[in-house]
Design a protein around this ligand. Structure first.
Ligand code: KG4
Ligand code: ZN
Length: 344
């Protein structure tokens, strides 16, 4: 059994965790930077990088203390090496390199998206490859067939915004606060999902891609019209996103459905309506359904430690001069999508 120290710093969460190769989370600590970024209504990269520098050391020490371990007991050190805000990624990766060098331990450079993609196997040890993954976060909205560690077939991506980004922008438009996803979900609880007519972009098209820019514009027009209550807009928006996610995932399952389970990961997977609709879809396709617990859906270091454990078991470690990468697609062979913007 191996013990992996995981480090995460790619966006606005600083985190450290200790995970064992048999799937136990020995310790996990996380410091959110919500307060630092709240005045700006979004993540400010420079502030994020500075906050990671301040918070990471104590979090690693704290996680080791919680697990009653020292660095000498750790078998490898895994850190997010991208994709993400490059200043933050560098802070975590350089810290991991220094610890690996100092303690004479192997380094594992983890793709943050692989952390999300494999997190369901940490949540459910019986989950076998291949599985269909809906990866929905603030920066990404993809459907991937996960065939094994490092083996991802991207079936769909967004041609503009990510689902979490749409939640965040809607929260901003409706002045619901930051971070946006949980704020929209909370407001939607008391709203009517049928109150506001909103589009379902790309629903029904043969390729299972996503688009949320038109939905965002429609939300803006609804908000500016003064005709609707914010909670009704929030509920109608959330329903539109759920309908898009379900239609597109259904299409992916039809195209490539020889999988063991339907799995959801990434921050938007914390949304109860999204989870419930996907569970129903999995049932209709007679597939198992796995959604990690909420804290494991949003950014954390346990998923990075676990991806590190899966890599370590296969002998996959990295040299100390491995580079941080602002962009790093899980499936580099995926076709470019017409209309796709900067998001991988
Ligand atoms: O995976 P994550 O923590 O960070 C990225 O790698 O992007 O995802 C953050 C995203 C944000 O856009 C946030 O608004 C969204 O996940 N999110 C939610 C919920 N909780 C977080 N979206 C909808 N409902 C939620 N409950
Ligand atoms: Zn993430």
């Amino acid at each position: 059994m191996a013990i992996i120290l995981g480090i995460e710093s790619s966006c606005d969460e600083t985190a450290a965790a200790l995970v064992s190769s048999d799937g136990r989370i020995l310790a996990h600590r996380l410091a959110t930077q919500e307060e630092e970024h709240r005045p700006y209504g979004g993540v400010v990269p420079e502030l994020a990088a500075r906050a990671h520098v301040e918070k990471l050391g104590p979090l690693i020490e704290g996680a080791l203390a919680d697990a009653e371990l020292s660095l000498a007991d750790v078998d490898a050190i895994a850190a997010t090496a991208g994709p993400g805000l490059i200043g933050g990624v560098i802070v975590g990766l350089v810290t991991a390199k220094a610890l690996a060098h100092g303690a004479g331990k192997p380094l594992i450079a983890v793709n943050h998206l692989e952390g999300h993609a494999l997190s369901p196997r940490l949540a459910d040890q019986t989950l076998a490859y291949p599985y269909m993954l809906l990866l929905v976060s603030g920066g990404h909205c993809q459907i991937l067939k996960v065939e094994g560690v490092g083996r991802y077939k991207r079936l769909a991506t967004t041609i503009d915004d990510a689902a979490g980004e749409a939640f965040d922008k809607t929260a901003k438009l409706l002045k619901l606060g930051f971070p946006g996803g949980p704020a929209v979900e909370k407001a939607a609880r008391t709203g009517d999902p049928k109150a506001v007519p909103l589009p379902r972009p790309l629903v029904g098209t043969s390729e299972p891609h996503f688009s949320f820019a038109g939905l965002k514009s429609a939300v803006m027009r609804a908000a500016q019209s003064g005709q609707y209550k914010p909670e009704d807009i929030a509920a109608s928006f959330q329903q539109a996103v759920v309908d898009c996610l379900i239609d597109r995932t259904k299409r992916a399952l039809q195209a490539s459905g020889d999988v063991t389970a339907l799995v959801v990961a990434g921050g938007v997977a914390a949304n109860a309506s999204v989870r419930a609709a996907l569970e129903k879809l999995a049932g209709e396709h007679k597939l198992g359904f796995v959604a990690p617990p909420l804290w494991l859906c949003t950014d954390n270091a346990a998923m990075i430690g676990w991806a590190g454990a899966e890599r370590f078991a296969l002998g996959l470690t990295d040299p100390l001069d491995v580079m941080a990468r602002p962009r790093w697609p899980l499936d580099p062979d995926a076709d470019k999508v017409r209309g796709a913007g900067v998001k991988a």
